[in-house]
Design a protein around this ligand. Structure first.
Ligand code: LMR
Length: 312
Protein backbone atom coordinates (compact mmCIF):
# COMPACT_ATOMS: atom_id res chain seq x y z
CA UNK A 1 0.00 0.00 0.00
CA UNK A 2 1.32 3.42 -0.86
CA UNK A 3 1.20 5.85 2.03
CA UNK A 4 1.98 9.53 1.70
CA UNK A 5 2.03 12.11 4.48
CA UNK A 6 1.52 15.81 3.90
CA UNK A 7 2.58 17.97 6.84
CA UNK A 8 0.84 21.33 7.00
CA UNK A 9 -2.89 21.43 6.24
CA UNK A 10 -2.87 25.03 5.04
CA UNK A 11 -3.71 25.95 1.48
CA UNK A 12 -0.69 24.29 -0.14
CA UNK A 13 -0.77 21.11 1.97
CA UNK A 14 -4.52 20.65 1.59
CA UNK A 15 -4.30 21.19 -2.18
CA UNK A 16 -1.49 18.66 -2.41
CA UNK A 17 -3.48 16.10 -0.36
CA UNK A 18 -6.53 16.71 -2.53
CA UNK A 19 -4.61 16.15 -5.80
CA UNK A 20 -2.97 13.02 -4.35
CA UNK A 21 -6.43 11.73 -3.44
CA UNK A 22 -8.50 12.54 -6.51
CA UNK A 23 -5.76 11.41 -8.87
CA UNK A 24 -5.35 8.22 -6.74
CA UNK A 25 -1.60 8.76 -6.50
CA UNK A 26 -1.49 7.11 -3.05
CA UNK A 27 -3.85 4.70 -1.34
CA UNK A 28 -3.54 6.41 2.04
CA UNK A 29 -2.85 10.09 2.55
CA UNK A 30 -2.21 11.43 6.05
CA UNK A 31 -2.61 15.15 6.57
CA UNK A 32 -0.95 16.59 9.69
CA UNK A 33 -1.26 20.03 11.20
CA UNK A 34 -0.50 21.66 14.49
CA UNK A 35 -3.87 23.46 14.68
CA UNK A 36 -6.44 21.38 16.53
CA UNK A 37 -8.92 19.71 14.17
CA UNK A 38 -7.86 21.43 10.93
CA UNK A 39 -6.12 18.42 9.37
CA UNK A 40 -8.91 16.07 10.48
CA UNK A 41 -11.52 18.42 9.02
CA UNK A 42 -9.80 18.87 5.66
CA UNK A 43 -9.03 15.14 5.37
CA UNK A 44 -12.68 14.36 6.07
CA UNK A 45 -13.84 16.94 3.54
CA UNK A 46 -11.56 15.43 0.85
CA UNK A 47 -12.86 11.94 1.70
CA UNK A 48 -16.47 13.13 1.43
CA UNK A 49 -15.68 14.33 -2.09
CA UNK A 50 -14.62 10.81 -3.11
CA UNK A 51 -18.15 9.57 -3.99
CA UNK A 52 -18.72 12.67 -6.15
CA UNK A 53 -15.39 12.60 -7.95
CA UNK A 54 -15.09 8.79 -7.92
CA UNK A 55 -11.81 7.93 -6.23
CA UNK A 56 -10.74 5.37 -3.63
CA UNK A 57 -7.79 7.03 -1.91
CA UNK A 58 -8.32 7.40 1.85
CA UNK A 59 -7.45 10.63 3.61
CA UNK A 60 -6.75 10.72 7.34
CA UNK A 61 -6.14 13.82 9.46
CA UNK A 62 -4.04 14.23 12.58
CA UNK A 63 -3.39 17.07 15.00
CA UNK A 64 0.35 16.73 15.53
CA UNK A 65 0.20 12.97 16.18
CA UNK A 66 3.02 11.69 13.99
CA UNK A 67 2.41 8.06 14.95
CA UNK A 68 -0.36 8.16 12.32
CA UNK A 69 2.27 8.95 9.67
CA UNK A 70 4.36 5.83 10.46
CA UNK A 71 5.68 3.94 7.47
CA UNK A 72 5.05 6.67 4.90
CA UNK A 73 6.75 6.18 1.54
CA UNK A 74 6.88 9.89 0.82
CA UNK A 75 6.43 12.87 3.14
CA UNK A 76 5.67 16.34 1.78
CA UNK A 77 6.54 19.17 4.18
CA UNK A 78 4.58 22.35 3.55
CA UNK A 79 4.71 23.66 7.13
CA UNK A 80 5.63 27.22 8.00
CA UNK A 81 4.40 30.70 7.33
CA UNK A 82 3.60 31.95 3.84
CA UNK A 83 4.84 35.40 2.93
CA UNK A 84 2.78 38.57 2.96
CA UNK A 85 2.99 41.44 0.44
CA UNK A 86 6.32 43.26 0.69
CA UNK A 87 8.19 40.21 2.03
CA UNK A 88 10.77 38.10 0.21
CA UNK A 89 10.83 34.35 0.71
CA UNK A 90 14.12 34.79 2.59
CA UNK A 91 12.36 36.92 5.22
CA UNK A 92 10.67 33.71 6.43
CA UNK A 93 13.90 31.95 7.35
CA UNK A 94 13.93 32.43 11.12
CA UNK A 95 10.38 31.25 11.69
CA UNK A 96 10.28 28.48 9.12
CA UNK A 97 13.71 26.99 9.90
CA UNK A 98 12.60 26.03 13.41
CA UNK A 99 9.31 24.61 12.13
CA UNK A 100 10.92 22.57 9.34
CA UNK A 101 13.53 21.24 11.78
CA UNK A 102 10.90 20.06 14.27
CA UNK A 103 8.68 18.55 11.58
CA UNK A 104 11.59 16.72 9.93
CA UNK A 105 12.63 15.22 13.28
CA UNK A 106 9.11 13.93 13.87
CA UNK A 107 8.74 12.61 10.33
CA UNK A 108 12.03 10.69 10.37
CA UNK A 109 11.26 9.13 13.74
CA UNK A 110 8.18 7.42 12.30
CA UNK A 111 9.16 6.98 8.63
CA UNK A 112 12.93 6.45 8.47
CA UNK A 113 12.69 5.08 4.92
CA UNK A 114 10.66 7.95 3.50
CA UNK A 115 11.59 10.28 0.71
CA UNK A 116 11.06 13.88 1.84
CA UNK A 117 9.78 16.65 -0.42
CA UNK A 118 10.17 20.18 0.91
CA UNK A 119 7.78 22.94 -0.10
CA UNK A 120 8.34 25.45 2.75
CA UNK A 121 10.15 28.72 2.01
CA UNK A 122 12.84 29.86 1.57
CA UNK A 123 12.77 26.67 -0.43
CA UNK A 124 16.40 25.91 -1.20
CA UNK A 125 17.52 26.63 2.35
CA UNK A 126 14.63 24.71 3.93
CA UNK A 127 15.73 21.73 1.81
CA UNK A 128 19.20 22.21 3.32
CA UNK A 129 17.62 22.33 6.80
CA UNK A 130 15.67 19.10 6.27
CA UNK A 131 18.72 17.39 4.80
CA UNK A 132 20.90 18.21 7.81
CA UNK A 133 18.26 17.21 10.34
CA UNK A 134 17.13 14.01 8.62
CA UNK A 135 20.68 12.84 7.80
CA UNK A 136 19.21 11.10 4.76
CA UNK A 137 21.17 10.78 1.52
CA UNK A 138 20.69 13.76 -0.80
CA UNK A 139 18.69 11.59 -3.19
CA UNK A 140 15.88 11.43 -0.61
CA UNK A 141 15.56 15.08 0.43
CA UNK A 142 14.22 17.05 -2.49
CA UNK A 143 12.89 20.59 -2.81
CA UNK A 144 9.84 21.45 -4.91
CA UNK A 145 10.28 24.65 -6.90
CA UNK A 146 11.36 23.94 -10.46
CA UNK A 147 8.10 22.28 -11.49
CA UNK A 148 6.19 25.29 -10.15
CA UNK A 149 8.48 27.86 -11.75
CA UNK A 150 8.52 26.07 -15.11
CA UNK A 151 4.73 25.70 -14.91
CA UNK A 152 4.42 29.48 -14.61
CA UNK A 153 6.87 29.98 -17.48
CA UNK A 154 4.98 27.42 -19.61
CA UNK A 155 1.60 28.96 -18.77
CA UNK A 156 2.79 32.45 -19.77
CA UNK A 157 4.27 31.09 -23.01
CA UNK A 158 1.08 29.17 -23.80
CA UNK A 159 -0.91 32.35 -23.36
CA UNK A 160 1.42 34.44 -25.54
CA UNK A 161 1.51 31.81 -28.29
CA UNK A 162 -2.16 30.84 -27.95
CA UNK A 163 -1.09 27.20 -27.72
CA UNK A 164 -1.91 24.37 -25.31
CA UNK A 165 0.32 24.53 -22.21
CA UNK A 166 0.77 20.76 -22.63
CA UNK A 167 2.87 21.38 -25.74
CA UNK A 168 5.44 23.47 -23.94
CA UNK A 169 8.49 21.74 -22.47
CA UNK A 170 10.97 23.74 -20.46
CA UNK A 171 13.83 23.53 -18.02
CA UNK A 172 14.70 26.14 -15.45
CA UNK A 173 17.55 26.07 -12.98
CA UNK A 174 18.89 27.82 -9.88
CA UNK A 175 17.30 28.95 -6.63
CA UNK A 176 13.59 29.53 -6.06
CA UNK A 177 13.72 33.31 -6.13
CA UNK A 178 14.46 36.26 -8.33
CA UNK A 179 17.78 34.70 -9.38
CA UNK A 180 16.16 31.61 -10.92
CA UNK A 181 17.42 30.80 -14.41
CA UNK A 182 14.80 30.00 -17.09
CA UNK A 183 16.57 28.45 -20.08
CA UNK A 184 15.10 29.48 -23.48
CA UNK A 185 17.69 27.26 -25.20
CA UNK A 186 16.00 24.27 -23.54
CA UNK A 187 12.42 25.44 -24.13
CA UNK A 188 10.44 23.87 -26.94
CA UNK A 189 6.91 23.86 -28.30
CA UNK A 190 6.24 20.27 -29.35
CA UNK A 191 9.93 19.97 -30.15
CA UNK A 192 10.22 23.33 -31.96
CA UNK A 193 12.72 25.69 -30.29
CA UNK A 194 10.62 28.42 -28.67
CA UNK A 195 12.89 31.10 -30.11
CA UNK A 196 11.55 30.23 -33.58
CA UNK A 197 8.01 31.08 -32.49
CA UNK A 198 8.33 34.12 -30.26
CA UNK A 199 10.20 37.41 -30.50
CA UNK A 200 12.98 38.22 -28.04
CA UNK A 201 11.20 41.07 -26.26
CA UNK A 202 8.12 38.96 -25.52
CA UNK A 203 10.29 36.06 -24.33
CA UNK A 204 12.36 38.36 -22.10
CA UNK A 205 9.17 39.79 -20.58
CA UNK A 206 7.89 36.27 -19.88
CA UNK A 207 11.18 35.31 -18.23
CA UNK A 208 11.02 38.41 -16.04
CA UNK A 209 7.39 37.66 -15.09
CA UNK A 210 8.30 34.04 -14.27
CA UNK A 211 11.08 35.14 -11.91
CA UNK A 212 8.63 37.19 -9.87
CA UNK A 213 5.70 34.80 -10.46
CA UNK A 214 5.22 33.96 -6.78
CA UNK A 215 5.38 37.64 -5.81
CA UNK A 216 2.74 38.55 -8.41
CA UNK A 217 0.31 36.21 -6.66
CA UNK A 218 1.25 37.40 -3.17
CA UNK A 219 0.45 40.94 -4.29
CA UNK A 220 -2.90 39.89 -5.73
CA UNK A 221 -4.04 37.68 -2.85
CA UNK A 222 -2.20 39.02 0.19
CA UNK A 223 -0.71 35.56 0.73
CA UNK A 224 1.22 32.93 -1.23
CA UNK A 225 -0.13 30.76 -4.03
CA UNK A 226 -1.40 27.23 -3.43
CA UNK A 227 -3.03 25.54 -6.42
CA UNK A 228 0.10 25.31 -8.57
CA UNK A 229 2.50 24.68 -5.65
CA UNK A 230 0.29 21.92 -4.19
CA UNK A 231 -0.15 20.29 -7.62
CA UNK A 232 3.58 20.50 -8.33
CA UNK A 233 4.41 18.68 -5.09
CA UNK A 234 1.80 16.00 -5.92
CA UNK A 235 3.40 15.54 -9.36
CA UNK A 236 6.74 14.83 -7.69
CA UNK A 237 5.09 12.31 -5.35
CA UNK A 238 3.52 10.60 -8.35
CA UNK A 239 6.85 10.30 -10.18
CA UNK A 240 8.36 8.68 -7.08
CA UNK A 241 5.60 6.28 -6.01
CA UNK A 242 4.95 5.14 -9.59
CA UNK A 243 8.67 5.01 -10.39
CA UNK A 244 7.98 7.06 -13.49
CA UNK A 245 11.57 8.22 -14.09
CA UNK A 246 10.30 11.63 -15.15
CA UNK A 247 12.66 14.52 -15.79
CA UNK A 248 11.91 17.52 -13.61
CA UNK A 249 13.85 20.46 -12.25
CA UNK A 250 14.04 20.04 -8.46
CA UNK A 251 16.16 21.39 -5.65
CA UNK A 252 18.96 19.07 -4.56
CA UNK A 253 22.31 19.35 -2.88
CA UNK A 254 24.91 19.70 -5.61
CA UNK A 255 28.09 17.74 -5.09
CA UNK A 256 30.29 18.93 -7.90
CA UNK A 257 27.70 19.00 -10.68
CA UNK A 258 27.86 22.20 -12.72
CA UNK A 259 31.13 22.90 -10.91
CA UNK A 260 29.12 23.66 -7.75
CA UNK A 261 29.69 21.95 -4.43
CA UNK A 262 27.70 21.93 -1.23
CA UNK A 263 24.84 24.13 -2.38
CA UNK A 264 21.11 23.41 -2.70
CA UNK A 265 19.94 24.47 -6.15
CA UNK A 266 17.36 23.60 -8.77
CA UNK A 267 18.68 21.37 -11.55
CA UNK A 268 17.08 18.80 -13.86
CA UNK A 269 16.94 15.29 -12.40
CA UNK A 270 15.32 11.94 -13.06
CA UNK A 271 12.72 11.19 -10.36
CA UNK A 272 11.83 7.60 -9.56
CA UNK A 273 11.31 5.16 -6.70
CA UNK A 274 14.66 6.02 -5.11
CA UNK A 275 13.93 9.74 -5.20
CA UNK A 276 16.60 11.38 -7.32
CA UNK A 277 17.79 8.62 -9.64
CA UNK A 278 20.22 10.89 -11.47
CA UNK A 279 21.22 14.54 -11.64
CA UNK A 280 21.31 15.60 -15.29
CA UNK A 281 24.21 17.85 -16.23
CA UNK A 282 23.51 20.16 -19.15
CA UNK A 283 26.27 21.71 -21.18
CA UNK A 284 25.52 25.33 -20.25
CA UNK A 285 26.94 28.20 -22.27
CA UNK A 286 28.89 31.03 -20.63
CA UNK A 287 25.83 33.29 -20.16
CA UNK A 288 23.82 30.50 -18.55
CA UNK A 289 26.74 29.55 -16.32
CA UNK A 290 27.07 33.18 -15.19
CA UNK A 291 23.36 33.35 -14.28
CA UNK A 292 23.59 30.08 -12.36
CA UNK A 293 26.60 31.40 -10.48
CA UNK A 294 24.62 34.48 -9.37
CA UNK A 295 21.84 32.19 -8.15
CA UNK A 296 24.31 29.94 -6.34
CA UNK A 297 25.87 32.93 -4.58
CA UNK A 298 22.48 34.11 -3.40
CA UNK A 299 21.44 30.69 -2.05
CA UNK A 300 24.84 30.27 -0.38
CA UNK A 301 24.31 33.58 1.42
CA UNK A 302 20.95 32.44 2.77
CA UNK A 303 22.43 29.06 3.71
CA UNK A 304 24.99 30.89 5.82
CA UNK A 305 22.17 32.78 7.58
CA UNK A 306 20.72 29.39 8.51
CA UNK A 307 24.14 28.22 9.74
CA UNK A 308 24.27 31.28 12.01
CA UNK A 309 20.78 30.71 13.38
CA UNK A 310 21.88 27.19 14.30
CA UNK A 311 20.35 24.43 12.27
CA UNK A 312 21.46 21.24 13.94
C1 LMR B 1 5.52 30.47 -4.85
O1 LMR B 1 6.41 30.64 -5.68
O2 LMR B 1 4.32 30.57 -5.13
C2 LMR B 1 5.88 30.09 -3.45
O3 LMR B 1 7.25 30.05 -3.29
C3 LMR B 1 5.26 30.99 -2.44
C4 LMR B 1 5.70 32.43 -2.52
O4 LMR B 1 5.71 33.08 -1.46
O5 LMR B 1 6.00 32.95 -3.59
Amino acid sequence: MTKVTVVGAGNVGATCADVLAYREIAEEIVLVDIKEGVAEGKALDIWQKAPINAYDSRTVGSTNDYSKTAGSDVVVITSGLPRKPGMTRDDLIETNAGIVKMVTENVIKHSPDAIIIIVSNPLDVMTYQAHIVSKLPRTRVIGMAGILDTARYRAFLAEALNISPKEIQAILMGGHGDTMVPLPRYTTVAGIPVTELIDKDTLDAIIARTKSGGGELVKLMGTSAWYAPGSAAAQMVEAIVKNQKRVFPVCVKLEGEYGIDDCYLGVPVILGKNGIEKVIELDLNDDEKALLEVSRNHVKEVMSVLDKIGNK
